[in-house]
Write a protein that binds this ligand. Structure first.
Ligand code: HEM
Ligand SMILES: CC(C)=CCC/C(C)=C/CC/C(C)=C/COP(=O)(O)OP(=O)(O)O
Length: 302
């Protein structure tokens, strides 16, 4: 709700709210934040207007990817409690509008990035949109429990895009940040998948807990956390950041590892409320915000 100067409450028209919902704004806020931090941690400062434009392009591109995901998956979304009220499965919007919106936004974001920023950033943005829509959504999601391991790369590109927007190239530090998000995605998602398993099973989506069971999923969460932690703390010993990031990353990653170990080593009861899994999922989001915030703080303050 927006409040005008006359104090009259004004709400967004319902149709606008539905288009906004297509962009998955909450998930995308973290994607955009990692892109912003990749840009702000670069050694070359970017002009604020260009910086704003680059972040806008990442936000629009990510939103487009979300809309195309919802366009393709309306049938799946209708079968899951968590997603059934989305604009398409609820019947508030027709699929063609979502398709036009998604394609239009995707093309606009990439073209604007190319014209206003540079070809490297535009190319990586195009790759991440195509990866999320074609590789994850269309190809892998309904076929293999490794869907999010491979497809999850899409959500890891934004730090590289932000860095490339500022510098016109890529480097080891944003590549490590890519690796961090890439290896973070399995524990992030599988923690959630453990407590919404029934939804995925009902919809016939082969997520790991559905196909391989809880025990394997717990082990996999633990296994992915090890290289993730290494990628998270590597920048300081490699001389790519200062001690501020070093200390912050070690502390935050130790907490992540603790929560992941609790999930990984646990056996569940029939009436389990999945508290450790919910805690790991919630913390995974805070963790990534914190780590990228620390990277920028280290760059500017240290
Ligand atoms: C293929 C990889 C991923 C999968 C399958 C996945 C899946 C999910 C799911 C199903 C949710 C539940 C929230 C909802 O839609 O209401 C969620 C939440 C969330 N995800 Fe992921 N995720 C992935 C990667 C990422 C990445 C790369 C980021 C950001 C860098 C991210 C950020 C978030 C955030 C911020 C939330 C919380 C949203 C809220 O508060 O409603 N996710 N994720
Ligand atoms: C810059 C750019 C283009 C970024 C791509 C965005 C991206 C890959 C975001 C993270 C992935 C994500 C939202 C997964 C949700 O899974 P799902 O689609 O299976 O979730 P759902 O069941 O909620 O639809």
């Amino acid at each position: 709700m927006i409040v005008t100067t006359a104090d009259k409450p004004v709400t967004l028209p319902a149709e606008w709210r539905d288009f906004l919902a297509l962009t998955k704004p909450r998930v995308m806020s973290l994607v955009v934040f990692t892109g912003l931090c990749g840009m702000l941690a670069a050694p070359v400062p970017i002009h604020p207007v260009l910086g704003f434009t680059a972040i806008l392009c990442i936000a629009l591109g990510a939103g487009a990817a979300g809309a195309l995901n919802m366009w393709y998956e309306a049938d799946l979304d209708a079968q899951m409690k968590r997603t059934a009220k989305r604009p398409l499965p609820s019947g508030r919007m027709d699929r063609q509008s979502a398709l036009h919106f998604g394609v239009g936004l995707a093309v606009f974001s990439v073209v604007l990035m190319e014209l206003a920023i540079n070809a490297v950033a535009a190319t990586i943005l195009a790759i991440s949109i195509l990866f999320y829509v074609l590789v994850y959504t269309v190809w892998l999601k309904r076929r293999t429990p490794q869907n999010i391991v491979i497809g999850g790369a899409a959500g890891a590109f934004p730090p590289l895009i932000g860095w490339a927007a500022a510098t016109g190239s890529v480097a080891w530090l944003p590549f490590l940040m890519f690796t961090l998000v890439f290896l973070w995605t399995p524990p992030h998602f599988w923690a959630l998948a453990l407590f919404v398993k029934t939804d995925y099973a009902n919809a016939g989506v082969p997520m790991l807990p559905v196909v391989a069971g809880e025990r394997t999923t717990r082990h996999q969460i633990g296994l992915y956390t090890i290289p993730m932690a290494a990628a998270a703390v590597a920048p300081w010993p490699l001389g790519l950041t200062g001690a501020l990031y070093g200390v912050a990353s070690i502390a935050a990653t130790a907490v992540f590892a603790l929560f992941a170990a609790q999930v990984s080593l646990r056996t569940t009861q029939a009436d389990d409320r999945m508290r450790p899994e919910k805690r790991l999922f919630a913390y995974s989001i805070l963790y990534l915000f914190f780590m990228f915030g620390a990277l920028v703080a280290d760059h500017w303050l240290a």
